[in-house]
Design a binder for this molecule. Structure first.
Ligand code: ADP
Ligand code: MG
Ligand code: ZN
Length: 476
């Protein structure tokens, strides 16, 4: 039987406001434990929450970005559960009426097409603190308690683990462009839970889903989903689907690459949601709508602009536009008047491979946009060959000198002066009279041999195009 994979993602984005969601404690990271706390986020009796205006505006910006409905009136609820890192015994969240509803975004497929993924809702809530487990005892750090989160819930529209990653990358790019979150996955400012189920192809009902919690890298998300899908399919094929696949919360073991049951899935009734009597409904002032609607250029628009303005391929354009830093790097390169297609290759292939190997991201690149553009420029003005340029880039990944210094140092300057090449070519032709005769008699394959000899004699530095030209002239 053929199966279809059904995935819906819940993403928690930590908003980069200066202060917490309902009090004026700073949200800054790496402070002494429990330093950024006050009666409100410590849940001391009598302390009252006040809604953070900046968090509301940031949620609204996200709403505009995904073409959603922004509810002028929304409601904060108490979501009750007991856990040591939750001092109030409930989390303030939104339930029936979230601030943002009914949006969508497009994911970019590898073949250059795109697919629309619905976003059911995005609501504001507060984060919990952190439990730190030591051998003899556990500690609770409430610095993070009350930090604003935007929880973004997708429709079950995602059809593969690749699409899940494409969706997350697009979402990641959007919140980074909007500058509403640093979206740092390692530090937990962009966390994802994946809801996964399968169904026979053609069936449109939804089958039992499991929720995989706290996935903090794109690679783990993909692997966790793949594992889970396989588990469902095998259970189905072995006739034990109903026993094996139950609605529950699972955790991904990154060491073993498997998911494991953590607990049964709680239903919303378990949380006894009710409107928080300490907070009035959130009614957004009209001025906020004016203030937030002029959002910056987003990845999709940027991609379209790259395609029309620079004539690059849609897939490449999406790849670059989906990262704010990469897009800035790319546009900086183009200010040095180089060919856009060359810029794409040297950025997305050559530099990307080297950064990847060194475990660096674009912001940590030892070769900046100006240097990479200069390398391209030196190929375009024929100072160096494309092959030599790779050596220059390798060298610059390790050494902080200019491109021209590196070319000089490595002795890679291309010989593109006919008067320097002609004597070399004459010598080679004279030394291979027999082959010249064969060539002239019709064995055209030999042309490559002559080119190779000249390149060898010049130790790879001859401009191959010029060598071709000169050889043709001399052999005709
Ligand atoms: P909860 O808040 O209890 O986790 P929701 O109804 O808000 O439940 O759904 C959470 C996520 O699960 C959403 O992203 C939704 O698209 C997804 N989802 C719901 N049903 C399924 C299913 N059968 N298979 C995969 N994903 C699903
Ligand atoms: Mg959930
Ligand atoms: Zn506080």
């Amino acid at each position: 039987m053929d199966f279809e994979v059904v995935i819906g993602l819940e993403v928690h984005v930590q908003l980069n406001t200066k202060t917490k969601m309902f009090c004026s404690c700073p949200t800054s990271f790496a402070e002494r434990q429990n330093k950024n706390t006050c009666p409100t986020c410590l849940a001391l009796p009598g302390a009252l929450p006040v809604i953070n205006e900046e968090a509301v505006k940031k949620a609204m910006m996200f709403g505009w970005a995904i073409n959603a409905t922004i509810n002028k009136k929304s409601i904060f609820n108490r979501k009750n559960y007991f856990y040591p890192d939750l001092p109030k015994g409930y989390q303030i969240s939104q339930f029936e009426i979230p601030i943002v509803e009914n949006g969508y975004l497009y994911i970019d497929k590898e073949d250059g097409t795109k697919r629309k993924i619905g976003i059911t809702r995005a609501h504001l809530e507060e984060d919990a603190g952190k439990n730190i487990h030591e051998t003899e005892f556990s500690k609770v750090d409430l610095n993070r308690a009350g930090t604003p989160l935007l929880e973004i819930v997708s429709e079950p529209d995602i059809r593969s683990s690749e699409e899940a990653v494409q969706y997350l990358k697009k979402l990641h790019a959007i919140v980074r462009y909007l500058d509403i979150s640093d979206a740092n996955m390692q530090e937990g400012s962009f966390r994802c839970d994946a809801n996964v189920s399968i169904r026979p192809k053609g069936d449109d009902k939804l089958y039992t889903r499991v929720e995989i919690k706290n996935l903090n890298s794109f690679r783990f998300i993909q692997r966790a989903i793949d594992y889970e899908v396989q588990r469902h399919i095998e259970a189905w094929e072995d006739g034990i689907y109903d026993d094996e696949v139950v609605q529950e919360t699972r955790l991904f073991d990154t060491q073993k690459g498997v998911t494991r049951s953590m607990r049964g899935k709680e239903e919303s009734a378990d949380y006894r949601y009710f409107p928080d009597p300490d907070l009035l409904p959130l009614v957004i002032p009209q001025s906020f709508f004016e203030e937030t609607k002029n959002i910056p250029e987003l990845p999709d628009e940027k991609k379209e602009r790259f395609v029309s303005e620079y004539g690059i391929k849609p897939y490449d354009a999406a790849l670059i536009a989906n990262s704010k830093e990469t897009a800035e790097f790319f546009e900086k390169m183009l200010t040095f008047n180089i060919d856009a297609k060359n810029a794409v290759t040297w950025l997305t292939v050559e530099l990307a491979a080297r950064l990847n190997k060194a475990g660096l991201d674009i912001t940590q690149s030892p070769v900046d946009a100006e240097k990479l553009a200069t390398i391209v420029k030196r190929i375009e003005d024929k100072t160096i060959s494309g092959k030599a340029a790779k050596d220059v880039l390798d060298y610059l990944m390790e050494h902080d000198i200019t491109v021209d210094e590196a070319i000089e140092k490595l002795g890679l300057k291309q010989i593109s002066d006919a008067s320097a090449l002609e004597p070399m070519i004459d010598e080679i032709l004279a030394a291979n009279e027999d082959k010249v005769a064969e060539y002239k008699a019709g064995k055209e394959k030999l042309f490559g041999f002559f080119v190779g000899q000249v390149m060898k004699a010049s130790r790879g530095k001859a401009d191959p195009k010029l060598v071709n030209e000169l050889l043709r002239k001399k052999l005709s």
